[in-house]
Design a binder for this molecule. Structure first.
Ligand code: SF4
Length: 380
């Protein structure tokens, strides 16, 4: 493998000032951006730390033993996160996904989940609270997460073969323990459990069928994610992307699939159900999903905002800079000022990186000077 030279610029420092002293904007739950996309989904990164070193997210060469993680006092506290989330919910957010790094590494995360579970959407419904984890701590934490109000969970698992899994996550963690974490989540009654597999051509595509067979009929939905050019450290190359269309064809050849309707607007995954003998979807066999940010961009109804672990608001997974909400939070801004700042930022949003990438030479996708924020910092 060729030596990868990665210039180390701490992207976390760069930020945009959140607008203060702006025209108040009432929270109506109907906030739209410049492309008419509503604000519905908030992803909150609760830590920049992880116990894995997935090559597509936190390559070991960069996130090595000398890597400086954020000091604890710079992280938003649970109270600050909950207050900010409450204001996002008033603007229309219905779903909160907790991410990281590895969110279960954040101490007492169930306390935060309890606080978030008290919030109600603009029409008085409970929030849809979920979490993305590498599963390494799930056996230990599942019951406490469920009791605190977590409803569902997504587990990242890039293969069943230990050697392949190790190649993808660069740590010595057995697949069996992640599968045991998934079993624990099921035992506690967490519903709608999903497993995400990043497919990197030349590394783990041979795991696609074993994974599909393992989870077929298990009640767990397996999703295949196209390897993405997130951040600036994973050395992404287009030839290592296996387009979802090929993944679907590969599975269909052995395990017939039928396309299903999206289950919600803005859903990132395209759904494919396993067909029964009659050629129709057999729900008892379950379904798979494919997430195709590289070959089939879905920016048109992207309703996701991302809050970094130290309170920066990012409007796209591939953004270069975020708005520093923490400065307002710790600067004494009242709810109206903070809420209006969030509204002004979303109203000005025009991000659609994946769509634009499709029109570019993929291996030259980053405009000169723009350095994308790391996925481990704002969550997937
Ligand atoms: S590239 Fe950005 S705008 Fe497009 S779907 Fe992803 S996060 Fe949304």
């Amino acid at each position: 493998m060729s030596e990868r030279v990665i210039p180390l610029i701490d992207q976390r420092i760069a930020s945009l000032a959140a607008p203060s002293h702006v025209q108040p904007i009432a929270a109506t739950g109907l906030l739209g951006d410049t492309l008419g996309r509503p604000l519905r989904d908030l992803r909150i990164s609760v830590t920049d730390r992880c116990n894995f070193r997935c090559s597509y997210c936190m390559p070991k060469e960069v996130f090595d033993k000398d890597y400086q993680y954020l000091p604890h006092q710079s992280l938003l506290s649970f109270e600050e996160i909950t207050r900010t989330a409450r204001l996002f919910v008033a603007h229309g957010v219905q779903k909160i996904r907790l991410t990281g790094g590895e969110p279960l590494l954040r101490k007492n995360i169930e306390v935060l989940i309890e606080q978030l579970a008290q919030l109600r959407t603009v029409d008085g419904q409970p929030l849809d609270i979920t979490l993305t984890t590498n599963g390494s701590l799930l056996r230990r934490k599942a019951q406490a997460l469920k009791d605190a109000g977590l409803q569902r969970v997504t587990v990242s698992l890039d293969g069943l073969d230990d050697a392949t899994f190790r190649t993808m996550n660069d740590v010595d963690f057995p697949v069996a323990d992640v599968l045991d974490g998934i079993a624990a989540a099921r035992e506690t009654g967490l519903r709608n459990i999903k497993v995400n597999m990043v497919v990197k051509r030349g590394t783990n595509e041979q795991e696609i069928l074993p994974m599909a067979r393992h989870f077929q009929g298990s009640g767990v939905t397996l999703r295949f994610i196209e390897y993405m050019d997130v951040g600036a450290t994973n050395g992404w190359r287009m030839h290592e992307v296996m387009p979802s269309e090929q993944v679907v064809r590969h599975i269909h050849a052995q395990m017939p699939l039928v396309q299903l309707e999206p289950s919600a607007p803005g859903e990132t995954a395209e759904r494919w159900g396993y067909a029964g003998a009659n050629g129709l979807h057999d729900p008892s066999l379950g379904e798979i999903g494919v997430i195709s940010s590289v070959t089939q961009a879905f920016c048109g109804d992207c309703n996701r905002a991302r809050l970094s672990t130290e309170g920066k608001l990012y409007l796209c997974l591939f953004a270069s800079q975020g708005y520093d909400l923490r400065a307002l939070i710790r600067g004494g801004a009242d709810d109206q000022a903070l809420s209006s700042a969030i509204a002004h930022i979303w109203q000005g949003r025009s991000d659609r990186y994946s769509e634009l990438r499709s029109a570019m030479d993929p291996d030259q996708s980053a405009p000169a000077g723009a350095r994308r924020v790391e996925m481990s910092y704002i969550g997937g």
